[in-house]
Design a protein. Structure first.
Ligand SMILES: [Zn+2]
Length: 378
């Protein structure tokens, strides 16, 4: 009998379907948080909830749970996020299984990103306790607001964390993929303030904020700048009417690089273009640069990478090492001092109503967790 059809496989799919049927748009994770508190509470574990991060009655805080060790070894932490993106406001999730594939039966996203990881984690802990498996200490961190700027992870307190290393389970692609390298990212915002004037009667008296913003963007080097570095201006807003010289314009963008010095250089050049264009057009400009997250690089080794790679091999798979341009909670946890890698869990076509995960992949993701727990206690 294949593992997908086994008792634990059926239980895993049932658990995932329950989680996926609870809407948890980013900032409104209440239903999933309550479900997890109740479900893990049944095993006798205490689940601690942090202060709410989103706004409104459906907001929730990060959940934290500790399973004290029963053996020597490396204490570990698993992390996943409870929120999902919203593909169509108001659409209710209707997860279904068809031909070994779990997908959405409505316009709502399935939310395997990241509930597949949550299901794999919860079942792992339940089995460890039920089967009396030895382990070296397991902590679970379920974050909120990952999809809206990693706000949950950023707000998380690491004070009580005993783990020596961690595993975020939030990467698309086949089980066995391990994200070993991720860039740092900075966000840039600029608000140009010119002077309004009638465009047909006295344009000479105006100072166009849109023209300044356009000149700044045109002077920037954007897109893929080198193998390690990207830059983008993602939004532009400005102007009030076609017959008015626009007095205001705002732009937002970002830069990412695996090389922190190069990132500084690129952001410096983007800021230079903004300030120069403002000066040449005679408008004022206010700018903000925010450190969104910092990168990591485990290509030369490290505890979480080695544990994950050994666990992947125990599944009979070959680890594949991924260098990504994206950022997730894993960047924040590394920044906070916990060495973490991000693991692929088999989910596909994320952030769209076509998102899906194969039952086989979900089961593999769960088995990978079980193997990491075993390896950490070895
Ligand atoms: Zn995710």
């Amino acid at each position: 009998m294949s593992e997908a059809g086994s008792e634990s496989g059926e239980r895993l799919v049932g658990l995932f379907l329950e989680l996926a049927s609870l809407p948890s748009p980013t900032g409104g994770e209440r239903l999933v948080a309550d479900y997890l508190k109740e479900r893990l509470g049944r095993t006798g574990l205490m689940v601690v909830e942090g202060p709410p991060v989103g706004e409104g009655s459906q907001a929730a805080g990060n959940l934290y749970c500790h399973i004290p060790p029963s053996a020597e070894g490396t204490p570990i932490l698993f992390s996943a996020h409870m929120d999902t993106v919203v593909s169509e406001p108001g659409a209710m999730p209707e997860p279904l299984v068809e031909g070994g594939i779990i997908k959405s039966g409505s316009r709502a996203v399935l939310g395997a990103d990241d509930k597949a990881a949550i299901a794999a984690m919860v079942l792992a802990v339940e089995r460890v306790l039920e089967e009396g498996r030895t382990h070296a200490g397991i902590e679970l961190l379920f974050t909120v607001c990952e999809e809206s700027g990693l706000r949950g992870a950023k707000a998380s307190s690491m004070e009580s964390i005993a783990a020596e290393c961690g595993f975020c389970m939030d990467c698309t692609g086949k089980v066995g993929g391990i994200v070993v390298r991720s860039p740092s990212q900075k966000t840039i915002r600029a608000r140009f303030s010119g002077r309004a004037a009638h465009a047909g009667v006295e344009p000479e008296k105006g100072r166009s904020a849109i023209r300044a913003a356009a000149a700044a963007i045109a002077a920037m080097e954007l897109g893929r700048l080198d193998d390690d570095t990207t830059a983008n201006i993602g939004t532009i807003k400005g102007g009030d009417a076609i017959n008015v010289v626009p007095a205001s314009c705002e732009i937002e963008g970002e830069a990412r690089s695996h090389d922190p010095d190069r990132l500084e250089e690129v952001v410096g050049a983007m800021m230079g273009a903004i300030n120069l264009a403002a000066a040449q057009e005679g408008v004022d400009v206010e700018t903000v640069v925010v450190d969104e997250f910092s990168g990591f690089d485990f290509r030369s080794g490290g505890q979480p990478l080695e544990l994950a790679a050994r666990a992947v091999k125990r599944l009979g798979l070959e680890p594949s090492y991924i260098s990504t341009g994206g950022g997730s909670d894993v960047n924040v946890l590394n920044l906070k001092g916990l060495k973490c890698v991000n693991l692929a869990i088999g989910m596909e076509k994320l952030h769209s109503p076509d998102e899906f995960i194969a039952v086989e992949s979900l089961v593999q993701a769960h088995r990978l967790l079980m193997e990491i727990i075993t390896e950490a206690a070895g």
